[in-house]
Design a protein around this ligand. Structure first.
Ligand code: F6R
Length: 607
């Protein structure tokens, strides 16, 4: 949510910063801007909308200098106009900011009373004006920056440059991520290592509350009190080459096709190939004795958690409390001592999930996190990290990260069940075999893409769509409905199939298609009855089942997709791929911006 990139060095800054912003555009695309020091003077260019608009502005009015900062915005305070675009600057200082300054109104009033004139509706401009105020009073850039930071409340990652101080940049973070990249005679700041990937693989992450002063030769770190501290330089994995579309029309299409790969990679990390047993890193708690689990996450990651709950309760007999992180963090529930907190996040930076993590640890619970970005803030603050090996996910709508999360949760379920003695050796062998079969089966889903495209023709005509599923197919329905809403802008609701007759059935007519996730298995007949009830009321049924359920369904549903038959344990993973492809195909028909849907951004670092 908002991307920041900056460079101090010896090469022209603008192309470097612009390229960094390209790689951060998934974090917001309401507006973008760059500021540099040109002969010591602050110059900036900004544009509303996507980065291509900024590129056009830069072509008309190039920006020179070797010290520069840039920003791609997801608007919080103030409309997504050019005027509200970052960088915010005065003649003395320019800043870019990701986060929300919660006390900006108080600060603004104070500064206006002191003579500072504001030009935008944003909270972020306060940072520039406050720094300007201190600089005008004769403070050095460092003194002005630190004095400014001391007054800020809320969440931020900030980069600042100062007129007359080529080769100097000051960064800070609290609640939003910021990384320093170490180059050869040049240094970088970025919201994540992905932004810096083509520039350097030597990265140091700021701890929460840290500030950093960078010059072309070095980075000096300070903690929130201003005390000098050391931060480790890590070598990140080589990901620079793996973030193109590789011939696919969209990142989402590419990432959908990566499902088999990421499930396989994640299993490689979690299953010993020789013994075919699930292996977990050492845990600072005993899986055999944990009395309960508390799962929390946001959006799709939360639906992955819901599926995890079905598995953990049924197979490992572990009672689970589950809530979206934005609720859990404020609910102050009476949690059983010794419970295991389980967080799920692709980015590892989602503000609500991070706050829930801190709340759980604050009451003494150990926290295990299922994360894709392994250098993220959540990774650093968790007791145990189980990594999903999904690689960078660029499409704003999550796809491959979701199935990788499910793969990890499935392995975790097996490990806890083994530790608790609810799964014998034969049972474990059977479930592991089902998991190892998944990459092949996931690949086979794409043989149905044409049939799913046909289904999408019906969905694309609708204004409202109902998604239904029972058991672990219910969260699959939720994931399908969310993905459809997100990228095709068609209203969709998901219900537990048995709930339909308690209300939503009144919505049903020919104009509201019903997409059902109904794999064969113990709940098949029950869900089928619910679909019959819908059909009897004129509903158009579109069903995702498997080869074993196809015959029964084709008599009821207008269209049936018979996905590969897999072990019931892993059906939600296969079914998810089907409903995600349906959302993608529908969005194509609607002509929406698939990778960067309106109003959204990835990595939601604000509340
Ligand atoms: C949906 C989607 C979002 C994320 C949610 C959590 O397609 O992408 O709902 O799942 O914002 O993000 P992470 O997993 O990064 O915490």
């Amino acid at each position: 949510m908002c991307g920041i990139c900056g460079v101090v060095g010896h090469r022209p800054a603008t192309p470097i910063v612009f390229e960094g912003l390209r790689r951060l555009e998934y974090r917001g695309y309401d507006s973008a801007g760059i500021a540099t020091l040109d002969d010591g003077r602050i110059e900036r260019r900004r544009a509303a909308g996507k980065l291509d608009n900024l590129a056009a502005v830069l072509e008309d009015q190039p920006l020179y200098g070797t010290t520069g900062i840039g920003h791609t915005r997801w608007a919080t305070h103030g409309a997504p106009t050019v005027n509200n675009a970052h960088p915010h600057s005065t003649s003395r200082v320019a800043i870019v900011h990701n986060g929300i300054i919660e006390n900006f109104e108080t600060l603004r009033k104070e500064l206006e009373a002191a003579g500072e004139v504001f030009e935008t509706e944003t909270d972020s401009e306060t940072i520039a004006r406050l720094a300007d105020f201190h600089l005008a009073a004769g403070k050095s850039p460092r003194e002005a920056a630190f004095a400014t930071l001391r007054r800020l409340e809320g969440a931020y990652a900030i980069a600042m440059i100062f007129a007359g101080h080529e080769g100097l940049m000051i960064g800070a973070r609290r609640g939003a991520p910021l990384a320093v990249g170490f180059g050869d005679g040049e240094m970088f700041l970025g919201s994540d290592s992905l932004a810096l990937a083509p520039l350097t693989r030597r990265i140091a992450y700021l701890d929460d509350g840290d500030r950093v002063i960078i010059t072309p030769e070095k980075a000096e770190f300070f903690d929130h009190t201003g005390k000098p501290v050391e931060r480790t330089i890590q070598t990140t994995a080589a990901i620079a080459g793996s973030v193109g579309k590789d011939g696919y029309r969209h990142f989402m299409e590419k990432e959908l096709h990566e499902h088999p790969l990421v499930i396989g990679q994640t299993l490689q990390r979690m299953v010993d190939p020789a013994t075919r047993k699930v292996i977990l890193p050492d845990m600072p708690f005993d899986l055999a004795t944990i009395p309960r689990g508390v799962i929390t996450a946001c959006g799709s990651a939360y639906f992955a958690g819901m599926i995890g709950r079905y598995w953990l309760e049924e197979i490992a007999r572990l009672p689970i409390d589950i809530d979206v992180a934005s609720e859990l963090r404020y609910r102050n529930p009476p949690l059983t001592p010794g419970s295991l907190g389980m967080l799920i996040s692709q980015s590892g930076e989602t503000a609500d999930t991070l706050a829930a993590l801190r709340a759980l640890r604050g009451i003494g619970l150990p926290v295990l996190s299922v994360l894709n970005v392994e250098h993220s803030t959540m990774a650093r603050e968790s007791d145990v990290v189980l990594g999903t090996v999904a690689g960078p996910e660029i499409s704003v709508a999550s796809t491959k990260a979701f199935t990788a999360q499910l793969t990890v949760l499935a392995c975790l379920t097996i490990a806890i069940a083994r530790a608790k003695g609810t799964l014998d050796e034969q049972g474990e062998d059977e479930l592991v075999a089902a998991l190892l079969d998944l990459p092949t089966r996931a690949e086979q889903v794409f043989a149905h893409q044409d049939a799913i495209r046909n289904m999408a023709r019906i969905v694309a005509e609708a204004r409202d769509v109902l998604y239904l599923g029972r058991g672990s197919a219910f969260p699959v329905a939720m994931e399908g409905a969310l993905k459809l809403k997100e990228i095709s802008y068609i209203h969709a609701e998901a219900y537990a199939a048995g709930e339909m007759k308690h209300g939503p059935i009144s919505l049903i007519d020919r104009t509201v298609p019903i997409v059902a996730s109904i794999p064969s298995g113990p709940l098949f007949e029950k869900t089928l009855s619910n679909l019959q009830e819908a059909k009897a009321r004129g509903g158009r049924l579109l069903a995702f089942t498997d080869e074993a359920g196809a015959d029964r369904l084709s008599a009821v549903a207008e269209q049936t997709i018979a996905l590969p038959k897999v072990h019931p344990f892993v059906t939600p993973i296969i079914q998810t791929i089907g409903v995600q492809i349906l959302a993608y195909e529908t969005a194509l028909l609607k002509g929406t911006d698939v990778d960067q849907p309106r109003n959204l951004a990835k990595s939601v670092t604000v509340e």
